[in-house]
Design a protein around this ligand. Structure first.
Ligand code: PMP
Length: 399
């Protein structure tokens, strides 16, 4: 083996991606993530950010971040479990639990860290995880870190879930614990998990329920309280409500809400939480301010839904298919990957930033342009975007 370059695979594997047009070409956002913004030097309408309520630009949220730097510094100095647990962190968790109507909440560094850190602690050898087939990659990684058995049920198919759970009842030796886990809103299609039915099946089989509500918070339920609120479910129906501050809250950070027992367990056991530095003060204070805004300014969630209804009707009336979307994630189905990429490039030239989602993220014939609505988009923005969809669609023979 002497003389062999041990890292030649780095370039080789990258080149395979490039030759298959499967590499990520990073675009540069020059300034804030606003509905009209500048990407790679071009003025565009932003249709692919998760900043659903534009809270990243809210004056109260920005001001809170600035103030926190002045009062608490730029960094926290440690992990939460040692010396990095500031009063700001505790305040955020108290406010989040209040917002969610939960006994307690725990903030993680990211949503990914919450899923990767908590799932493998909830279930281990002798247990079973039952997961929707289209769950997010961070759930998949969390599941892979666990030594529990795994079963996958068909996407949003609660009959199939029931069968998987019934079959698990007969397992020998009997499973110690069963965890049913689902996204609340699925990020590729914008469809929603039938969480009420999922919870009913889980209850019938004595299983825990874990929902990843990354795309439901700030969007669904009263005042954007999420999918658990949307279905009027209780904490005995859904045991772990996980979410993120990186989308509708407009900042960054993950979290779980539920019982005090859940939070005590989670922070004592999740290695991603115990062994990783805590959020800087500016992040924490901005997240708390975002909760303030959600609690006092209901117009943002209302505007988001008004824009969603307007744009979905608009693209449908042009003749496009928006698939299963029932939320502000609105895929515009194209089919072929190459066609989706060409369409997205033309939209960009016409001043609309909306990325294609292609194989391997979705099936080969299910490529799409994934648009994501934002509360701060104006009717003029949406009409301009619809004109671009119509023009590009006609030029490229899609309409
Ligand atoms: N779950 C889902 C469903 C997501 O879409 C995302 C973000 N892409 C995450 C978890 C991870 O959240 P975060 O950005 O906070 O790491």
């Amino acid at each position: 083996m002497a003389g062999r370059d041990p890292v030649s695979f780095l370039r080789q594997e990258y080149e395979v991606l490039v030759s298959g047009d499967l590499d990520w070409k990073l675009r540069v956002l020059q300034g804030p993530s606003t509905p009209r913004c500048v990407v790679d030097g071009r003025h565009v309408i932003m249709l692919c950010s998760n900043n659903y309520l534009s809270l990243s630009n809210h004056p109260k949220v920005k001001q809170a971040a600035v103030e926190a730097v002045k009062t608490h510094g730029a960094g926290s100095g440690s992990v939460r479990s040692i010396a990095g647990n500031m009063d700001l962190h505790s305040e955020l968790e108290k406010r989040l639990a209040g917002f969610k109507g939960a006994e307690a909440s725990l903030v993680y560094q990211t949503g990914f860290a919450a899923n990767a850190g908590l799932i493998p602690q909830l279930v281990d050898q002798g247990d079973l995880i039952v997961s929707d087939e289209l769950n997010h990659g961070s759930i998949i990684d969390g599941v892979r870190l666990s030594r529990a058995d795994r079963a996958v049920y068909k996407h949003c198919d609660t009959e199939d879930l029931g069968e998987v759970l019934a079959k698990a009842e007969g397992h020998q030796p009997a499973y110690r614990r069963v965890l049913v886990i689902t996204d609340g809103v699925f990020s590729m299609d914008g469809d929603m998990a039938p969480l009420d039915k999922v919870a009913a099946h889980a209850r019938a089989h004595g299983a825990m329920v874990y929902v990843d509500d990354a795309h439901g918070e700030g969007v669904l339920g009263e005042g954007g309280r999420g999918i658990v609120a949307h279905h009027h479910l209780s904490r005995s129906d859904v045991h772990v409500e996980m979410g993120t501050f990186s989308k509708a809250f407009g900042v960054v950070g993950g979290h779980v809400s539920g019982s005090r027992d859940l939070v005590n367990f989670a922070y004592n056991k999740s290695r991603t939480w115990l062994l990783s530095g805590s959020h800087p003060p500016a992040v924490v204070a901005a997240c708390t301010a975002a909760i303030d805004v959600l609690e006092t300014e209901p117009q943002h969630v209302r505007n988001l839904w008004a824009n969603t209804d307007y744009f979905r009707k608009g693209v449908r009336s042009l003749g496009f298919d928006t698939g299963r979307s029932v939320t502000p994630i609105i895929p515009v189905m194209i089919g072929d990957s190459g066609a989706a990429k060409r369409f997205s490039s033309r939209l960009y030239e016409l001043g609309v930033f909306a990325l294609p989602i292609v194989f391997p993220m979705v099936a080969k014939d299910k490529a799409r342009i994934r648009t994501i609505m934002n509360a701060a988009l104006t009717r003029q923005d949406l009409d301009d975007a619809l004109s671009a969809f119509e023009k590009a669609g006609k030029e490229q023979g899609l309409l």
